[in-house]
Every structure is written in structure tokens, then in C-alpha cells.
Design a protein around this ligand. Structure first.
Ligand SMILES: Cc1ncc(COP(=O)(O)O)c(C=O)c1O
Length: 486
């Protein structure tokens, strides 16, 4: 499937207007509204309008795929299979020697891969201390995991990684590294790492959840020493939030053994005694697949390819330079990770306002600035604690507090993360609000919830049903009975 925008080439300048919901007015604590500034793109991006259009245009043709005989099923099957090809093209995978498996997100990709590796008890996976838990915990479940450390400035200890790969040659089966960090934004030299892994007889997996939306991913030809054996990505971080992830890897890898999930669609023939598996990727996509998610991802890829990933990277570097230019010198603000050599980062900035809980800063930015950021440990607890220099003793004490149900002192940071559509004005709004927070120039009285650690401004209780018509039908039971009672 190759999605293009009819009649027009999309450029980086068009992307602001290609975002569904950009600038939507949101309520502030003082009762006014302001256009929302979304700086939490590393968690999940809004949708491209072209994605929404493609989904809307496809829906009348929507049908189950692969075994239907009617026209709609034939069309839907061609579109869904073509969406797999779009992903292969986007990451530069050799086909047909590689296959694209659709999942629901990167987390599911890594769990699948870990389950499919068939590790022996002594097999080693090397990953790093800066990973998202999704590229750490699944390996811990099945293999002996060695974590490569980080340097005091937050960079990956590449010399240590290379050394660990050499030392574990033999039992080492896989090196699993994120292409870009969701905490520091640091981009790894994935092809060098792949070459080191291959020289040790191991394979390499790149968690591209934070890389694919921001940089060109090149798996390189199969025989190339820097070839990436496996790559995973999430569509909801790529302007296509319709529940699809993709795992790309060698077809022969998925051909051997049994799939991790079994059921409909994964078989060629079943008798009461025998099961013969279907070809990849069908073998790996048990049950009825998310066809709409595939359409959405392929449409997003079409837009990103039109704009060009080099243009996306250049725009995001410009935003980083502009933002760090303003934030580096701000008194009362601590920035984490390297703040120079910005070309080695994707658009992620982590910080704390000195003396202020990260959750409180996040709450003020939201309630008084209309700015969406994220705070906490971002599913990468070891790396965040390393950057915060939490001592082992403090870590033990804080863990005990959390386990006792008190999250008020949970360590963490605030993260602002850019998408390809953010602007200097978005950065200006963030900087202006941070200047106020640093001066303690905020209006609200904020109360902390002990069990979550999050803060809420007293009196900030927007009526969600004013903003989303279907809210009352979908509200959590507690708030529904509350609104019914009021
Ligand atoms: C680097 C990295 N890897 C993996 C994931 C998991 O992605 P998902 O939640 O889409 O499964 C994330 C999510 O933030 C991430 O940032």
C-alpha cells in the first residue's frame, strides 16, 4: 500500500495543519481557555489528518481479511497486506527475506520476539541500563540479561557495550538496544552495535519506538555487517493512533518453531492430532487482525515519506536548538542528559524545576499553561534514577515507601517532547510558563494524591462532556454517578 496525498506534495511547513486537533482550546484553572500546546509526543502523537481521511475513506470498504470471498474482503486483504509492505519499505528491509508482523505496539513486539527466540538456560541477551521497560523486562523473562551501563552524563557506555559483547561471545544470542531514548532522546549508533553483535555471532534488535517517528530507519541489506536483524515500532507514536505496532525480522526466523499466540489464522491445516503452521507473517498474527490500524500506519508512512525523514530530523533539531538555547541558562531549572551535540538527540527534553516535585510542575503546566507534558520515570526507572543520581540507600527507602502505598516522594522528571509539527511558538509557551514556575508565580493551590503522587489544582474540575459529546457514555463509573447525582 502506497498512500500519497492527492494533488499535493506535503512539506514540513504543512504538517502543523495536518494534525488533527492542533490548537484545540482547553480549559485553564482561571476559567479561561487557550489553544492546547502538546509536548508529549514521545508518549503518543496526535493523528495526521491524512490518516483520518484514509481511515474514513476505507471504512465503507472495511471487511475481515484473508478468507473472505466478496469484493470488500478482496480489497481489504490487498490493502492490509500492502500496509505490511509499506512498513518494510519505510525501514528499508530486504523482502522477501524479511517479514513484517503486525502487533498492537512495540511492547507486544518485544514480548513476541523474546518468546519466539527459544532461549536456553545459559543464553545471554545484552541490553542497556537506559532502556524503556518494554525492551528490558521481556528479555528478563526468558534469558540471562546483562545490562550495559551509562556514563555519568547519561550517554550509553559504548566501549563497555562492545566489551560486554566480546566477553559474552558464545552464550550471547542477542543485543537489544533502543534506537533513541525516551528519556534523553539520545540516538545510538545502531549499525556499529549491529556489527559488534554480528562479529560475536549474535543478532541485534533495535527498539525503534522513539527512532522511527524522528529519523530514517535503515535496516540495510541482509548481508551487511551493520544490518539490523529486528526492528519494532509503534504507530501511535507515528501519527496513526489506531492500535498497531510492527515487528520486522527475518522470515526464516519466524518460519521455525511455534508462534507465541495460537488460534485462528495461524495455521495451514489442523487435525485433532496435528497442526501445520501458516507462512509468516500470518503465523504470527493470531486472530482477526486490526485492519484499520494497518491502513492508518500505512497512511502515516505515506505522509512521512512525502515530507522526508531527513526534513523531519532537521526540523526537530531546529526546535531542540531553539529550546535548549532558552532553557540552558534558566536559573532554577536542571536539565538532564547531554545538552550539547543536539544532532545526536531526538526531540526530547527532560528537566526539573529546582525544589519542586516533578508532578507539581507537570500539573501547573497543564492547569495554568494549557501545556501537555509528562512527568515521572517514563517506564525507564533505572535510567531515570541514574540521571537523578538517586543513591542505592535512597532507592531502597523510596521503594519501601512506594510499596507501602505512598508515592509522594517518587523520583522523576518532567519531559517535553516534540513532534514534526511543533513550532518555536510552542517552545516559547513552554519557556514562558517555566519562567513563571521557577519564580513560583502560579495561582493554584495544588493537592497531592498520596497513592499516585500526582497533583491536582483545587477548583480545577473541567466538565469533560463540554469537550467530548460522548463523555457521559464513556465516563468511569465513579464520575458517572457523580455527574448523575449533581
Ligand atoms: C523507547 C521506547 N520503547 C518502547 C516503548 C513502548 O511502546 P508502546 O507503549 O507503544 O508499546 C516506548 C514507549 O514510550 C518507548 O519510548
Amino acid at each position: 500500500m502506497h498512500t500519497t496525498v492527492p494533488g499535493k506534495t506535503v512539506t514540513i511547513a504543512d504538517l502543523r495543519h495536518a494534525i488533527v486537533g492542533v490548537g484545540t482550546p482547553v480549559p485553564l484553572l482561571d476559567g479561561s481557555e487557550r489553544p492546547y500546546i502538546f509536548l508529549d509526543n514521545a508518549a503518543s502523537t496526535p493523528a495526521f489528518r491524512q490518516v483520518l481521511d484514509a481511515v474514513a475513506e476505507f471504512l465503507p470498504w472495511y471487511s475481515g481479511v484473508h478468507r473472505g470471498t466478496g469484493f470488500k474482503s478482496l480489497l481489504a486483504t490487498a490493502v492490509f497486506d500492502g500496509a505490511h509492505d509499506a512498513v518494510a519499505r519505510f525501514v528499508g528491509a530486504d523482502v522477501p527475506s524479511n517479514t513484517v508482523v503486525f502487533t498492537k505496539n512495540t511492547t507486544e513486539c518485544v514480548n513476541k520476539l523474546a518468546a519466539r527466540f527459544d532461549f536456553g538456560p545459559d543464553d545471554v541477551v545484552i541490553t542497556t541500563a537506559m532502556e524503556h521497560h518494554s525492551n528490558d523486562l521481556p528479555w528478563r523473562k526468558y534469558a540471562r540479561v546483562v545490562h550495559c551501563g551509562v556514563l555519568p552524563d547519561g550517554r550509553l557506555d559504548l566501549a563497555g557495550l562492545r566489551d560486554a559483547i566480546r566477553r559474552h561471545t558464545g552464550p550471547l544470542r542477542l543485543v537489544a538496544v533502543s534506537g533513541a531514548s525516551n528519556i534523553s532522546g539520545l540516538v545510538q549508533p545502531v549499525h556499529d552495535i549491529a556489527a559488534w553483535a554480528h562479529a560475536a555471532g549474535a543478532l541485534v534488535f533495535i527498539d525503534a519506538a522513539q527512532l522511527a517517528p524522528h529519523r530514517r530507519v535503515r535496516m540495510l541489506p541482509d548481508g551487511d555487517p551493520g544490518h539490523l536483524d529486528f526492528v519494532a515500532l509503534s504507530a501511535h507514536k507515528m501519527y496513526a493512533p489506531f492500535g498497531t505496532g510492527a515487528l520486522v525480522g527475518p522470515e526464516r526466523f519466524f518460519r521455525r518453531g511455534a508462534p507465541d499466540a495460537v488460534g485462528g489464522g495461524v495455521v495451514d491445516v489442523v487435525t485433532l492430532d496435528e497442526v501445520h503452521w501458516n507462512e509468516p507473517p500470518h503465523k504470527e498474527e493470531a486472530g482477526s487482525p486490526n485492519v484499520i490500524g494497518g491502513v492508518a500506519l500505512a497512511a502515516a508512512i505515506g505522509v512521512l515519506e512525502q515530507v522526508g525523514m531527513d526534513a523531519v530530523a532537521a526540523h526537530e533539531l531546529d526546535l531542540l536548538e531553539y529550546a535548549y538555547g532558552k532553557l540552558r541558562g534558566m536559573k532554577g531549572l536542571t536539565l538532564y542528559g547531554p545538552t550539547d551535540d543536539l544532532a545526536s538527540k531526538v526531540g526530547v527534553i527532560t528537566f526539573n524545576v529546582d525544589g519542586m516535585p516533578h508532578a507539581l510542575t507537570g500539573a501547573i503546566l497543564g492547569a495554568e499553561g494549557g501545556i501537555g507534558v509528562r512527568n515521572g520515570c517514563f517506564c525507564a526507572h533505572p535510567y531515570v534514577k541514574e540521571l537523578l543520581r538517586v543513591s542505592a540507600a535512597d532507592d531502597r527507602a523510596l521503594t519501601a515507601e512506594v510499596l507501602a502505598g505512598n508515592k509522594t516522594r517518587l523520583p522523576g522528571m518532567v519531559r517535553a517532547s516534540f513532534g514534526c509539527y511543533n513550532t518555536h511558538e510552542d517552545v516559547d509557551a513552554l519557556v514562558a510558563m517555566l519562567e513563571r514556575v521557577v519564580r513560583r508565580d502560579f495561582r493554584g493551590a495544588y493537592v497531592q494524591d498520596i497513592s499516585t503522587g500526582s497533583f491536582r489544582a483545587e477548583g480545577y474540575a473541567p466538565d469533560f462532556s463540554r469537550y467530548f459529546r460522548h463523555f457521559s457514555a464513556m465516563a468511569p463509573a465513579a464520575s458517572r454517578s457523580h455527574s448523575e447525582a449533581s
